[in-house]
Design a protein around this ligand. Structure first.
Ligand code: G3P
Ligand code: MG
Length: 249
């Protein structure tokens, strides 16, 4: 059973604000969202930051790889203007800043470990899990963030580093061996792309007693459909269209 919030703002505030920034979290709060998904990547000097793309160019100006750039340089970059002029001046934030903000505001977190490349998987997971574990020392139950990743290796490293933090096995398409993978990770949930989900697949996951999380659901009709299939939770870009409490029991 999924004891966590059921509808999350994707990348902080969905498409209403620059992704993976505190402005995104604030937009979420304005729309009643107190649960978020965001992505964590390492800078060259191993600072965990909120970042989706492994290179500059879309959400950050200029070019170059995040994993080859120090935090001191990245922190100066404009991170809001690409979304809308009103967000000009917004900066990217560190995982530590994000944890502070979410704890202050009572925001629940799905922390997606997003290694910039496969060779960064282990280290990204270790530093992310350590930071989260430090902030949540002594906490148990549904208040704990869930760590997820498309990288199986990253999740194994997170499990070794902070076994007490719950893990979600994140996949685009559900693989044949999903049950073995979940068992190996002692994961609490399967996180998958709703686009490839079928009622039969959803039923097989639910019949196995596993929680099912979908990304990224952006319309109310689709949300209702997957709810009927037994999906427990999802994240959305459309925090303006989908009410945060739409799936409240
Ligand atoms: O964690 C779910 C979702 O965020 C995965 O896709 O590319 O938006 O990180 P992406
Ligand atoms: Mg993500």
């Amino acid at each position: 059973m999924w004891p966590y919030p059921r509808i999350l703002a994707h990348r902080g505030g969905g498409t209403l604000a620059p992704e993976n920034t505190l402005a995104g979290f604030r937009a979420g709060l304005q729309h009643g969202y107190r649960a978020v998904e965001f992505d964590v990547m390492l800078t060259r000097d191993e600072v965990p930051i909120l970042m989706h793309d492994p290179q500059r160019g879309r959400t950050l100006p200029g070019s170059g790889r995040i994993a080859e750039t120090d935090w001191a340089e990245l922190r100066e970059l404009e991170a809001g203007a690409w979304r809308a002029p009103a967000f000009a001046g917004e900066r990217i934030c560190t995982l530590e800043q994000c944890l502070d903000f979410c704890l202050e505001q009572g925001i629940w977190m799905n922390v997606e470990i997003k290694p910039a490349a496969p060779e960064h998987a282990r280290r990204t997971a270790e530093l992310t899990a350590q930071a989260v574990a430090r902030r949540f020392a002594g906490v148990t139950g549904a208040a704990l963030p869930v760590l997820s990743s498309f990288s199986f290796e990253a999740l194994l490293a997170a499990q070794e580093t902070a076994p007490q933090l719950p893990r979600g096995f994140l996949v685009d398409v559900i693989p044949e061996d999903w049950q073995q993978r979940l068992a190996q990770l002692q994961a609490v949930a399967l996180h998958t792309n709703h686009k490839h989900l079928t009622p039969a697949l959803a039923a097989s996951v639910k019949d196995a007693g596993v929680s099912l999380f979908c990304y990224t659901v952006n319309d109310t009709a689709r949300a209702a459909e997957i709810r009927a299939w037994g999906v427990d939770a999802f994240c959305t870009d459309r925090i303006d269209l989908i009410a945060a409490d739409a799936w409240a029991a």
